[in-house]
Design a protein around this ligand. Structure first.
Ligand code: ADP
Ligand code: MG
Ligand code: MG
Length: 920
């Protein structure tokens, strides 16, 4: 459909024959609501007649501040047409047409924009409506609702003024619910509402009304009311909350909203009338049975507003007056599902036993429900496996792969932060890393609460059930580390004022204070922070998840076209390795050895670095060799038969030694106390040594392969440990498959030299043991320079693994630390960047990867390529790595392996081109 017109009709004409002009595919023009109203009308479902003003009209109106040429005439004509079709007239007291004026953007933005119901009521038409329906109370109930909504949405008068008046009316009448108010009480309320309007309307709005209607009083002309409501809905596209919402969900400001003008139907006409919302399947569990709520004798928002207790939709058929429309509703739900081939979410109204459909869309669902629905729909023959796979959102799997809160349980959050690392956690509040460690040792579960975290908090972070911060974004230290560890994390919960010194949290806007030891629950899926313990559902590989991943594996490992898409995991310890296997990793794509130097081992390596005595150094190396051989032995054993890419020592050396500032403080204290002179001298030497290692820009300093030039013994020790462990396993009958990776190469000679050293060591040990080993040697490509010489490196490399974290950092030129919470969010805020390059691979960085890959393959057709780092677990980036850069594998943290398996299958299906991803 081409958007030539400003207005499109939907629903029946005056003979009850459908005269709809658009359909479900026209959401970009009719908005989601308008497109689906049109679709339902075409399907022959009972949709009240109406018309849709296009999104493009809204865009033009917002930009120019006036109606685009000819649009007002079209709207007038559509109103006249609707009057003819409904055989009612706007503003005619004998037979008044009442309409709803409803917003509806191309992409659903729930609750962000406005809708006005019962438009067309005034003192004359309210009387007409009463006569016509023979129901005075209903007419006045509709009228008071109209004044309230119109005053709020169109004229900007605060809703609570009306809510308060309504509450007063209930109190005076001595009733608990609005439905019990009598006609006279509603009439008095209307008078009161009009007074509120007079008192509360702003000077500007009064002036606006004057120019629009020629009078500053509450508009009584039905046509004026309709036009004012349409303009208000247009304007709601640009209200602050809608703009913020679009920013957050990356929705373009240029889309605009459509406006649907639709004949009213009334669920508030008495006990034969009702209104409700429903899903075709349970959106929390996925169970195939309608789910939803209704209210008898109610209108529109009442059901979701929570002002009356709603009834479950399963009871509707048991209400004798409503049994027939209930049956129709159930049938309609089936029809909609078959038609849309997906779970739908609907709004309906029953007016005097007649069912009307007011909205439908593809329903939002929990991850658990999404999986169950996918598997069921394949079994029911509604979807093919491929379609089911394409429809799932890989990101959503996070919800089931971690402990989570019961999705059908309503929660009252204290505050919301960013959902930085998935999963839910319950524990008592601790305010420091040390406290976390101590409490956990004592057998308690903790949530580590900090304004933000830094590397010193690592121990506490690794023992806590969850991490909560009041500052920092999704790439802050807390977020990155938590995701790596699979620990739930909520970041940047700004409503929480965390007072570390007094061990106290104040919740903004409330008098609530939380203390150390108080139990809280945090939800890394929604960002909610809840007071007290919530029941947790443990993560499981549910049968549905296993089934879906089995399909995904079949697709990605034997693709209809192109290379298979492999998935590996990043794992530093045998425990992580086991987890990776459990989640279906085919191999270990990155085993970082520096994490093996924490705790007691940190002291050994410190001795090596800080001590000048060759003897002490040799001693330290010996100890390290023993523990590292053991590390690799266990890792390779658990991954028996599967490749394990082991990266030689990488981080800047100073990360292994104490913070010189802390040391200086201790030294000063010791000197102040008049401590032992020997002790003081030793400390001074140590401090000097550490100072000599400190660098202005350690991230680009003495690290990676360069460490192995300055401290060759360290790398030798590691290679020896790898080879010894391998030899041992081979002799025990295992099938170890280590691969050695050289980090942070920037010069060809660095790589070539290291490779020679490694090969010589392997050869020596092979000879000593009388065995022959096959250990591939490759490099980590993580500097732009390395990308440019990838062709040269490839001659000496068996594999390339792209380290996209460092590659992103170095090609942007800002350090990741700065990116955390500072530069990037600032750039994002300023609109200089649309996406965070640490979350989704940046185009330029991807081009570097592509280029390096092509050069590598040209020179060495056998080279094996993959990517490790945060991007390896990001579904959008995964598709690009496989389909644009043509890599062989992605490697990600164990918890993200199922996500990556699904995303890899989607990449393969999209590549095949026969399927297009459906976006709900
Ligand atoms: P939202 O997008 O916020 O759901 P809607 O435009 O769907 O806003 O309308 C809000 C409520 O009013 C819904 O419950 C809807 O069913 C009801 N409603 C909208 N139009 C009509 C109508 N023509 N007759 C009766 N109820 C209506
Ligand atoms: Mg709605
Ligand atoms: Mg790196």
């Amino acid at each position: 459909m081409a958007a030539k017109q400003y207005v499109y009709r939907f629903g029946p004409d005056e003979h009850g024959v459908d005269c709809t002009e658009g359909g479900a595919d026209d959401a970009w023009c009719l908005g989601g609501k308008g497109a689906n109203l049109a679709e339902m009308a075409r399907m022959g479902l009972p949709v009240p007649a109406g018309f849709t003003i296009t999104c493009q009209t809204c865009v033009s109106y917002s930009e120019q501040g006036v109606w685009p040429a000819g649009s007002l005439d079209e709207i007038q004509a559509a109103i006249t047409d609707l009057e003819r079709r409904s055989q009612k007239r706007l503003g005619n007291p004998e037979n008044p047409l009442l309409v709803s004026v409803r917003s509806g953007a191309p992409i659903s933005m729930p609750g962000m924009m406005d809708t006005v119901l019962n438009v067309g009521l005034n003192p004359e038409t309210v009387a007409g409506l009463a006569t016509l329906t023979n129901n005075l109370r209903f007419a006045w109930d509709s009228y008071r609702r109209f004044i309230q909504m119109f005053s709020n949405v169109v004229l900007g008068i605060p809703l609570n003024l009306f809510e308060d008046a309504l509450a007063d009316a209930r109190e005076q009448a001595g009733v608990a619910s609005d439905a019990e108010l009598k006609t006279e009480q509603l009439q008095a309320l209307v008078v009161r509402y009009l007074e509120i309007f007079d008192q509360a309307i702003s000077y500007q709005t009064r002036a606006y009304l004057e120019t629009q209607t020629g009078s500053a009083s509450f508009p009584t002309s039905a046509t004026d009311q309709v036009l004012l409501a349409i303009q208000a809905v247009f304007a709601s596209w640009d209200n602050e909350r809608a703009r913020l919402y679009r920013k957050q969900y990356n929705i373009s400001d240029a889309l605009g909203t459509a406006v649907n003008v639709q004949a009213m139907v009334f669920g508030n006409r008495g006990m034969h009338s009702a209104t409700g919302v429903a899903f075709t399947r349970n959106p929390a569990t996925g169970i195939h049975e309608p789910y939803g709520d209704y209210l008898i004798n109610a209108q529109g928002e009442d059901v979701v507003a929570g002002i009356r207790n709603t009834c479950s939709i399963s009871n509707l058929k048991n209400v004798p007056e409503l049994a027939k429309p209930a049956r129709e509703l159930y049938q309609t739900l089936d029809v909609l599902e078959q038609h849309y081939r997906d779970m739908c979410d609907i709004e309906f109204t029953i007016e005097c036993k007649k069912l009307w459909m007011l909205q439908t869309r593809i329903g939002k669902r929990s991850a658990q429900a999404a999986l169950k629905i996918a598997v069921d729909m394949v079994q029911e023959g509604i979807l093919t496996r491929e379609e089911a796979i394409l429809r799932l959102e890989p990101q959503q799997l996070d919800q089931v792969l971690h402990p989570h809160f019961d999705p059908s349980h309503q929660i009252a959050a204290l505050a919301y932060g960013l959902n930085a690392s998935p999963g839910a956690a319950v524990g008592e509040i601790v305010f420091s890393s040390d406290d976390a460690v101590a409490r956990v040792k004592a057998g308690y579960k903790t949530i580590l609460v900090r304004p933000e975290t830094n590397p010193d908090d690592f121990c506490g972070m690794s023992v806590a059930e969850g991490i909560l911060t009041s500052h920092g974004g999704k790439t802050s230290h807390a977020a990155v580390i938590a995701r790596g560890m699979g620990t739930p994390c909520v970041c940047g919960a700004e409503a929480l004022h965390i007072d570390i010194d007094n061990k106290l949290i104040r919740v903004a806007g409330t008098s609530i204070e939380l203390h150390e030891g108080d139990v809280i629950s945090i939800d890394g899926n929604s960002g909610a922070v809840v007071q007290g313990p919530l029941p947790l559902i443990e993560s499981t590989m549910t049968p549905e998840l296993i089934e879906v991943l089995r399909w995904a594996d079949e697709i990605r490992l034997s693709p209809p076209s192109g290379k298979p898409a492999h998935v590996r995991a990043n794992a530093d310890t045998p425990a992580d390795g086991a987890l990776a296997l459990k989640f279906g990793a085919e191999a270990i794509g990155l085993c970082r050895t520096e994490h093996m130097f924490l705790g007691e081992r940190k002291e050994i390596i410190q001795t090596f670095i800080v001590n000048d005595s060759p003897h002490a150094q040799a001693q330290a190396l010996k100890q390290l060799l023993a523990v590292q051989t053991d590390d690799f032995y266990h890792m390779l054993k658990i991954m028996n038969g599967r490749p394990v890419v082991i990266r030689l020592i990488d981080p800047p050396l100073h990360e292994f030694v104490d913070d010189p500032r802390m040391l200086a403080l201790q030294l000063a204290a010791l000197e102040g106390e008049g401590g032992h002179s020997e002790e003081i001298a030793a400390m001074q030497t140590r401090l000097r040594r550490i100072d000599s290692l400190s660098e202005v820009n350690p991230m680009l300093g003495l690290r990676g392969v360069r460490l192995s030039f300055v401290y060759p013994d360290l790398a030798h020790m590691q290679v020896r440990a790898i080879v010894e462990a391998t030899a041992r396993l081979v002799q025990e009958g295992f099938d170890p498959k280590p691969e050695i990776m050289i980090p942070l190469v920037s010069l060809l000679s660095e790589h070539v030299h290291m490779r020679r050293v490694i090969e010589e060591l392997i050869a020596t040990i092979e000879q000593q043991r009388g065995i022959s080993l096959d250990i591939p040697i490759g490099t980590m490509i993580e500097l732009p320079r390395a990308c440019f010489i990838a062709g040269d490196i490839a001659r000496y490399a068996d594999f390339f693994c792209f380290g996209t974290n460092d590659l992103t950092q170095t090609s942007f030129g800002f350090s990741r630390d700065d990116a955390e919470g500072k530069f990037i969010p600032l750039y994002l805020q300023q609109g200089l960047m649309d996406t965070n390059p640490f979350e989704h691979i940046d185009e330029v960085v991807l081009n570097l990867v592509e280029m390096a890959h092509e050069q590598g393959i040209d020179v060495n057709p056998h080279i094996h390529t993959g990517v490790c780092g945060e991007h390896g677990g990001d579904p959008a980036s995964i598709v690009q790595f496989f389909n644009e850069a043509q890599l062989d594998y992605v490697s990600c943290s164990p918890y993200r392996v199922p996500v990556a398996r699904l995303a890899a299958a989607q990449a393969v299906l999209q590549r095949a081109g026969t399927f297009t991803a459906e976006k709900s």
